[in-house]
Design a protein around this ligand. Structure first.
Ligand code: TXA
Ligand code: MG
Length: 338
């Protein structure tokens, strides 16, 4: 069973010394970021990184992000950064953006799944950044969940699932954003969004042409070229069967949801619409609230043991694109758009 450090009621950098020693010794440390919790290990220690894959039961061809705390650390792990990449670093680091860059050989193959690129992110969360700095190494960290399950946004949700899989748990309370970082790659001077997140299309558009990968809302077919291996895998799914419903016409959408509802279903919907249904949970009112709450709610539905979970979709603009990307996959592409 892991050591547990509670930083919910007060934080001092010195408290992280023990956890950083765990990282240096090649152990696994569960830690908060502003997006979701991560399962961290020394990103330059091949054996430690291998243990992350074991802990999560993660496919070996799905690469990990290296989390850094300084520009110097970025230079240790990546080759030549081009001007657009540099602009993105200057504009969005630290923050919820992961940039895919050309890696140096110092980065073990197991981190990048043998790709010649590596995902780099500088978290904004102070605990995360201090942990990296004290560990004095880039920390490889996927989202904290067993592969396929919703990502962890608070320790309560993932404690049972991960307490025997990691060596150290840092509890920093609820994560601020609740959805994982936006993953982007610069190709021929265009910014490709490989996974949408808090940093939106419109924010990136200020810096150049933006291309949205067509796997964000569509299922990956057998012979598709996939720029981000993670898109191939099942993710965010509750154990119960789910269906996602969306229409720009709210009445139409709610009627369709009502049509599917019975004693054995649970509806997940906007707080404003909860009263329309027999058995419903509200996921918030604004896109920010929905992003913050959605993984906790997707995890909680399994306790209700329902035959079907009916989820209200949102418009795919702004943060809505990231929310719909997660919801469509939570529903295994069982999506009805009216
Ligand atoms: O917010 C986040 O990004 C969280 C926190 C912990 O930082 N991390 C996270 O990691 O979501 P993970 O491993 O669950 O998702 C990383 C995604 C995967 O879809 C993976 O395929 C993609 O990034 N990725 C990583 N390295 C890549 C690379 N070199 N090329 C393309 N995609 C990459
Ligand atoms: Mg993940």
């Amino acid at each position: 069973m892991a050591i547990y450090l509670n930083l919910k009621n007060g934080y001092d950098k010195n408290l992280l010394k023990e956890a950083s020693n765990y990282i240096k010794e090649g152990k696994l440390v569960l830690f908060p970021t502003e997006t979701v919790y991560g399962i961290g290990a020394d990103g330059l220690n091949e054996i430690a990184v291998r243990n992350i894959f074991v802990a999560k039961n993660r496919a070996a061809d799905n690469p990990l992000i290296l989390h850094v705390s300084s520009m110097d650390m970025i230079k240790r792990i990546v080759e030549d950064i081009n001007p657009l990449e540099r602009t993105l670093i200057n504009s969005f680091f630290p923050g919820p953006l992961t940039l895919i860059l050309k890696r140096k050989n110092i980065v073990p193959n197991v981190v990048t799944a043998n790709l010649d690129t590596v995902g780099v992110r500088m978290p904004e969360n102070q605990i995360a950044r201090d942990l990296i700095e004290l560990s004095d190494t880039p920390i490889a960290a996927p989202s904290a969940n067993i592969s396929g399950r919703p990502s962890g946004t608070n320790i309560e949700d993932i404690f049972e699932e991960l307490k025997d899989k990691v060596d150290y748990i840092i509890d920093g309370g609820d994560t601020k954003i609740g959805l994982e970082s936006t993953v982007v790659r610069v190709i021929n001077d265009e910014i490709h969004i490989l996974r949408p997140g808090k940093i939106t299309y419109d924010e990136l558009r200020k810096y150049g042409k933006v291309v949205v990968s067509n796997h964000i809302l569509k299922e990956v077919e057998k012979n598709d070229v996939v720029l981000s291996p993670g898109m191939k895998y099942k993710h965010y799914a509750p154990n119960s069967k789910c269906v996602l419903i969306y229409s720009d016409d709210k009445t139409k959408m709610i009627n369709k949801m009502k049509e599917l509802e019975d004693e054995n279903t649970l509806v997940i919907t906007n707080d404003n619409n909860v009263k329309e249904f027999k058995n419903a949970t509200g996921y918030g009112k604004t896109l920010e609230e929905i992003s913050h709450n959605i993984f906790r709610i997707l995890r909680s539905v399994d306790k209700q043991n329902k035959k079907l979970i009916i989820i209200e979709g949102v418009k795919t603009s702004g943060l809505g694109l990231a929310i719909m990307n997660r919801l469509i996959r939570a529903c295994s592409h069982n999506y009805i758009e009216l």
